[in-house]
Design a protein around this ligand. Sequence first.
Ligand code: SF4
Length: 507
Amino acid sequence: MPGSGPSDVVTAPSESQDLFDESTFARALVPMTAEERIRAAVDRFGNHAVLISSMQKTAAVLMHMFHRLGRKNEVLFVDTGYHFPETLAYRDELQARFRLNLITLMPKQTVEEQAETYGCELYRFVDGQKRCCALRKEEPYIEHLRSRGHRLTMVGLRAQEGGHRSKVTPLQRDPRFGGYTMHPLFDWTDEDIDKYLQRYDVPAHPLHARGYPSIGCAPCTTPVVDGEHPRAGRWRHLRQADGEQPLYCNITAVDREAGKVSSSPKEDLFVIVPCFNEVENIDATVADIQANRGHLPVNVKIILADDGSTDGTVQRMRALAEAHDNISVRVNDRNLGIGATVMAASAEIPDEAWVTVVPGDNDFMFSSIERFLSLRDRYDLILGYIQNEVVRPLRRRLGAQLFAVSVRTVFGLPFRYVNGMKLYKAEVFRGIDVAAGGHGHNAELLAKALLRNPFLRVTEVPFGLRGRRSGEGRSLNVRAVTNALGSFAVGRRAVSDYRRTVLGLRD
Ligand code: SF4
């Protein structure tokens, strides 16, 4: 499945490879002017020193310097397919003036193809934005650098921008392509930039004058108002709370390093994938999990749990386990229901490990788990509610609403949704027997866990649904509804018994 950004697999150049004294070179850059830094990079790396341009002010300064210095080194621009028309027109205007060796890089998929692949426009979701930026910006850029054997890219980052960029240095290694990123303007101020553009009569991107101090893709960029941070207009639609909003797309090495997760994860995340006749979906479900695991701060282990399938699901599971060393398979000899299947798989998981359940119909967007994991230090149990209900047909939305109201009323659980993505420590539910085998399973389990430990730290976060692509959903046929009601009644009785017999509470 498409989706993973370039990984850190290329070895950075070593001094023994090319006798390049990196620290001496970096030190020498500090007192130089920006033009001298560009010259030094080109002297050292020849045509393998290139510039990446965002078409914002700092990029315009660097493009003009390339022009003044008569450089024909590549100037790269990544056309994400989502740029403002003004950005593309501005690129063409600068190119007409400067006649640079400008190369426009494109992502592998068009925006329409990507939306088709993922079933949504990724930029609309907190969890999708990183993937979208990786696919549409980082991947084409890094692939180009690798395929051309480039050794150094120049980027317009400056220390005055603040945040983690305040520590930006003239030269930094970038292991993604085994080379270096240079910041020729690292010590420039806003005033320096404006003065330069004025002095050489270089026009700025027209949107800067219309309230956009920082300009990216059109769907993810808005103007700012007085007093806002210059990057406050980026990904504003993804703001969940004050300060919680992506500010960088990670195309540059500095931004990527700052947002990077631990490279040596210590905790385990077990992903239980319950399946009943999911031969058409199991491969895509596993591919989605595997494509995301490299971004996560945990070791991902997958348990494919078959619940008596008769359509060849088990054979596909075994083939997947053969192909991946982080996958194991367990099989029920008959259909027991999703609850019993998950409980049986959970028995194999150590108490201290994290657990999530991803049904094998490929409906959950596994990338959402990143948000759950980011809260794992503060909560014992994180429940997901659906962020994009609209992908579900009306009858399923109505069914889910009815179910949520029933859970609230019958089980006394105040949560928006109990059958969605969740993350919990295995010990949270350890030792709790569950009578309900179907859809009442989760409600019973949660109710008992909260009865046992009233101080359980629980929170709710949104997660994305892809929408079912293949096979028939079974959640609303007559048999499934009957089973769900039966499972609900069983669960309710079991919770009552638990209150009375285990905790000594009166009904
Ligand atoms: Fe996608 Fe928005 Fe990133 Fe552009 S800025 S690549 S539209 S998420």
